[in-house]
Design a protein around this ligand. Structure first.
Ligand code: AHR
Length: 315
């Protein structure tokens, strides 16, 4: 009788351990709502999230919203319907997320904001945001412009997507900081939607209107800055010399432009967020406390540093 009892106990212990092991090995299912593929930076971020999922054995459901918030909302609803364990959201704009994030919260699915922030009445609708400090990036760019122009001159601003935190905050940081140098004027600011094509078009219009009065371009991302370079060349001017150019992102393409002497400086914005996103999501699922803002540290590089740094750039 006693032997039988011990045997039954052993069987139930083995079953319990097997259950625990299976639970521990359960594949994590994650939905990632990406904005689109508007820039080199965005492609690097997508690659980082996809390749980290592969390395970690995560089942990733990827959705490209083609720059549209309505597509992101549809994707999140589909992730909820599929019962994913967590959602990564790179929000195209800051506002309008309450209804769908409330649905995710009701379904007990943690949402992590990747690369851009949002404005909601209730911060508990998302776990945290993993982003760079865009205001800092704008300030760094303004300090560089003020120094490079010797405290006097005119600058045009190529803005990112209207309503995107990366655009509003990069503008805020830049304008607040540049205001400390009153002899530097912002001639005009226009959106180039974070794309090379629109960056070029807007720069063409600026050149027609202001011509050689433009001393510097501040572009909210590399792609728009690279578009501006083309426009400046086509206007018969020398980018990097006649008109100084500073952008944000620090992709390889921007470093190449600096090595070629056509771009003057870049403020880094780290897109390699995949590994940290999953690490944070796992902690959230395990019920650990998580900082509301996990800030990525960025630095400014000038064209003088470009040749020696380009080989070590990872995106
Ligand atoms: O949100 C990050 C910004 O979005 C990057 O600077 C830009 O290149 C991208 O499109």
């Amino acid at each position: 009788m006693r032997k039988l009892w011990i045997f039954a106990l052993l069987v139930s212990l083995v079953a319990a351990f097997a259950g625990m092991a299976a639970a521990a090995e359960k594949t994590l299912v994650v939905g990632f709502s990406q904005i689109g593929a508007e820039s080199g930076w965005r492609t690097a971020e997508t690659d980082s999230v996809i390749s980290a999922a592969k390395e970690l054995g995560i089942d990733l459901k990827f959705s490209d919203a083609q720059q549209k918030q309505e597509n992101q909302i549809k994707a999140i609803r589909s992730f909820i319907a599929q019962g994913v364990d967590g959602i990564l959201l790179a929000p195209v704009v800051e506002t309008g997320w309450e209804p769908v994030l409330t649905e995710a919260q009701n379904a007990k699915i943690p949402v992590i904001l990747l690369d851009r922030g949002i404005t909601v009445n209730d911060d508990s609708l998302y776990v945290c945001k993993i982003t760079s400090d865009f205001v800092f990036e704008g300030r760094e760019a303004a300090k560089w412009v003020a120094k490079e122009l010797g405290g006097k001159g005119s600058v045009v601003q190529l803005q990112g997507t209207p309503g995107a935190s990366a655009a509003t905050e990069r503008q805020k940081g830049f304008e607040e900081e540049i205001a400390k140098t009153p002899d530097i004027k912002i001639l005009e600011s226009q959106t180039g939607d974070f794309t090379m094509e629109l960056g070029k078009q807007v720069m063409e219009a600026f050149l027609k209107k202001y011509g050689k009065d433009i001393n510097a371009v501040y572009a909210h991302n590399d792609d728009m800055g690279l578009g501006a370079i083309q426009a400046i060349k086509e206007a018969g001017l020398k980018p990097g010399e006649d008109i100084k150019i500073i952008t944000v992102d620090a992709t390889k393409a921007a470093f190449e432009a600096m090595v070629a002497g056509e771009m003057n400086a870049v403020v880094e914005c780290n897109p390699l967020l995949g590994p940290l996103a999953y690490e944070t999501l796992k902690k959230a699922i395990a019920g650990e406390k998580i900082d509301k803002w996990i800030v990525q540290k960025d630095e400014l590089f000038t064209k003088d540093q470009a040749a020696s740094v380009i080989g070590s750039r990872k995106y």
